[in-house]
Design a protein around this ligand. Structure first.
Ligand code: FAD
Length: 708
């Protein structure tokens, strides 16, 4: 006779435990099948040990800070056995007898062993079928995903299973993957003394968060001695040639750019994959990425089969797994409970912490929302100074039409705690004007929210942008040249034809005054500073000796920093630009070039001295990340006339999108040839499709470079 239960739960991790707790006293019988430890990934190899490791590293970093704030001498030596013993103790020394007993105390029957869903009503464990009269809950979690990199199988590598409860402190540690797990464990090991290199294949680390999050965190990780390699995938792995001092686990990683990274240990943290083997043959629906496809409200994959936690692919968090289980338990008790995923917080527990909730700005725009954004740096709040905290970020995203907050990102100490109020605001759809009226205690870290919420409410209350009727000069600013006159919206009189080249780049900034001060500090010339009414201001600035200039302004580039990524800032001398930026404390990357079209970037300036050949990146204090491009010669026929800044901004955005569509199939060309033709055609009133054809035609015909 098969065992029969009302409910059978596959997996006794976070969600499995919460199902047991949620059904306690309901009168429903429950069987939970667990193949390893009751409690799952989080307490033994996930959240708990990794945060314990981070806490040890944090105390060392705080001790270092005492040198600045309190002490003339601080000495410490890492006692790794002490760290590792404490981490294991926090991970219950991998003993689940107490949580297993607690689960059985709820009335659930615990079956130990590998479970398989043999049909949508039956889980078989150790040859014994457990039949569910009412429902099966699939809660069997996820496992570290191992990428198919040639040679990876020839080396001894760690996943979170070894790294979160380490028995050794590697001298050097290479980490594949710059997501939350990679950067958290990376910072923990770096602070304990390992030389850590994080290699991220994608264009930025913490790619699931707002770009501002990674930009703000980067200097903190670098200050801890971490090397961050971004946009350069690992293409091959091999063991290091053994020598007397080389460990068995030592690896050599080959990156696509040709760079080579050597380390004593490798940690693979390239994401998670569903533990699909246990239920795949039962014919349940799967998402494109292989997760169990459930209705996000009822959490049912099909009638009588629920999914909870990581396995659903709806988010890899303990609090989400727990929430799913609560919703399912209530549904099984006959309550029509529905899961709501609009305000699930995400926290990366680095120092500073990164906390976010809801939609990113890009996701909100992609949904067609009328987006308004407010940004600030918590380091500039009084508490930031008191704490001696430098370089954080706060970004709030609102839907102007509904007048509510839809997303938030914080990079600051205690971000995981501060985000609570924003979670509630998004969950309840609290009106922005109510949020703007909330009083925050001085000088708590959350006080930074006050001014930004006010700014957001004010922006949302404004009508969508309208062209100003008249322009007046700010008296303190320089006089307009004909060029500037023709670029200002609504300028009176006949528009002078200007040669406003593509070298003029419109950038988004969160604070016009601060951006102006920063670039002024670099010695950039202020070409113009116009104001028109309260809500419109344009600043144009040019670096010394450069033929290019940048624009930003209130009411024009209200987009958040970093959101216009692919517009280049053209400079005449990249080395001079790099030095000037470095001297001002900007985050500047080394010069690089490309060996050919579509090839990966290579370090150093273009060896052939080609015009357009050399690049570098930098971020300013607002998190605007820039690609600098050195231009020695200009292509003819580019330039716009009679465009106001707002139109130019919009056209550049549109052109950027269109060029992105064109590029994959395009012949080798310089972007500016295409852009020039596209913008000129649009200016003549032609449709985007026609303009894109013009761009392609220009590329096919080519263009003769001329000296600047
Ligand atoms: C390094 C790391 C750090 C993390 N840090 C955080 C954090 O700070 N905050 C946070 O919210 N989340 C964190 N997470 C994520 C968190 O651990 C997971 O989201 C959470 O454990 C998911 O719970 P779950 O019940 O879905 O799966 P799990 O907890 O993984 O439980 C699934 C259970 O199913 C069992 N199982 C699998 N297949 C079978 C089978 N065939 N038969 C029987 N049993 C089976 C497994 O043994 C496991 O016990 C972290 C994860 C990692 C790896």
């Amino acid at each position: 006779m098969p065992h029969e239960f009302d409910v059978v739960c596959l997996g006794g991790g976070v969600a499995g435990e919460a199902i047991a707790a949620g059904l306690q006293g309901s009168g429903l019988t429950l069987a939970v099948v667990e193949r390893e430890l009751v409690g799952g990934e989080c307490p033994y190899w996930g959240c708990v040990p990794s945060k314990t490791l981070l806490r040890s590293g944090e105390t060392l970093s705080e001790a270092d800070r005492a040198r600045v704030l309190a002490a003339s001498r601080v000495d410490w030596t890492v006692d790794f056995p002490k760290v590792s013993t404490r981490v294991r103790w926090m991970a219950r020394n991998l003993d689940d007898s107490r949580p297993a007993a607690a689960m059985e105390a709820t009335g659930a029957r615990l079956f130990r062993g590998e479970g398989t869903l043999t049909n949508p009503r039956t889980v078989t464990v150790g040859g014994e079928p457990l039949v569910a009269r009412r429902a099966v809950v699939i809660a069997n979690g996820s496992t570290a995903a191992i990428p198919a990199i040639p040679g990876l199988d020839t080396v001894d590598f760690w996943t979170n299973r070894q790294a979160a409860i380490p028995s050794e402190l590697p001298i050097s540690l290479a980490i594949l993957g710059g997501g939350a797990i990679g950067v958290e464990l990376g910072q923990a090991f770096a602070r304990l003394g390992s030389r850590v290199t994080v290699i991220e294949a994608g264009p930025r680390f913490l790619g699931l968060e707002e770009p501002e999050a990674g930009t703000a965190l980067r200097p903190h990780l670098e200050a801890d001695g971490m090397m961050l390699v971004v946009g350069d995938p690992c293409v091959a792995v091999e063991p290091q040639i053994m020598g007397p001092s080389v460990q068995r686990s030592a690896v050599v990683l080959h990156l696509k750019s040709g760079a080579v990274v050597r380390a004593d240990r490798l940690l693979v943290a390239t994401g998670r994959r569903p533990n699909v083997e246990a239920w795949q043959s039962a014919g349940l629906p799967q998402t494109e990425r292989g997760w169990l496809k459930v209705d996000p409200a009822t959490l049912e994959a099909q009638p009588g089969v629920f999914g909870a936690g990581d396995i659903t692919g709806l988010g890899g968090f303990t609090h989400l797994a727990y929430y799913h289980a609560q919703v399912i338990a209530r549904r099984l008790r006959g309550i029509d409970e529905r899961a709501d995923h609009t305000a699930i917080p995400r926290v990366t527990f680095t120092d500073p912490e990164i906390a976010s909730v809801g939609l990113s700005e890009a996701a909100a725009r992609a949904r067609g929302l009328d987006v308004v954004v407010a940004s600030a740096d918590p380091a500039e709040a009084v508490r930031g100074y008191i704490h001696d905290f430098h370089r954080g970020a706060l970004k709030l995203v609102a839907d102007r039409e509904r007048g509510v907050l839809v997303g938030a990102t914080l990079v600051t100490p205690r971000a995981g705690e501060i985000v609570g109020e924003l979670v509630l605001a998004i969950k309840l759809g609290t009106p922005l004007k109510t949020l703007a009226d909330v009083v925050h205690p001085f000088p708590a870290f959350n006080r930074v929210l006050g001014a930004s919420l006010e700014e957001l409410a004010m922006k949302a209350a404004q009508q969508p942008r309208r062209r100003p009727d008249s322009i007046h000069h700010d008296k303190t600013e320089v006089t307009m040249s004909p060029t500037q006159a023709s670029t200002a919206p609504g300028t009176q009189g006949p528009a002078t034809t200007v040669d406003l080249k593509l070298e003029v780049v419109v950038i988004p900034v969160s604070d016009v005054g601060r951006a102006k001060r920063f670039y002024e500090g670099l010695g950039w010339r202020v070409d113009a500073d116009f104001t028109a009414g309260e809500n419109w201001r344009a600043v144009q600035m040019t670096p010394p000796g450069s033929p290019c200039s940048i624009h930003f302004g209130k009411g024009i580039t209200a987009a958040a920093p970093g959101s216009v990524k692919n517009l280049y800032l053209v400079v005449s001398d990249i080395e001079a630009a790099r030095q000037a930026l470095l001297a001002r404390g900007a985050d500047v990357g080394g010069a690089f070039h490309f060996a050919g079209f579509g090839t990966p970037p290579l370090p150093g300036p273009d060896p052939n001295g080609n015009s357009y050949g050399t690049y570098a990146t930098f971020s300013d204090p607002d998190g605007n990340s820039w690609l600098l491009q050195e231009v020695k010669t200009r292509l003819p026929g580019r330039g716009f006339s009679n465009l106001d800044l707002a139109t130019l901004t919009e056209l550049l955005r549109e052109a950027e999108m269109r060029h992105g569509q064109y590029e994959p199939t395009a012949p080798k060309h310089h972007w500016s040839e295409w852009y020039g033709a596209y913008i000129a055609a649009r200016e003549q009133g032609r449709t985007p499709d026609e303009a894109a054809k013009d761009g392609a035609l220009r590329v096919e015909r080519g263009g003769e470079p001329v000296r600047v």
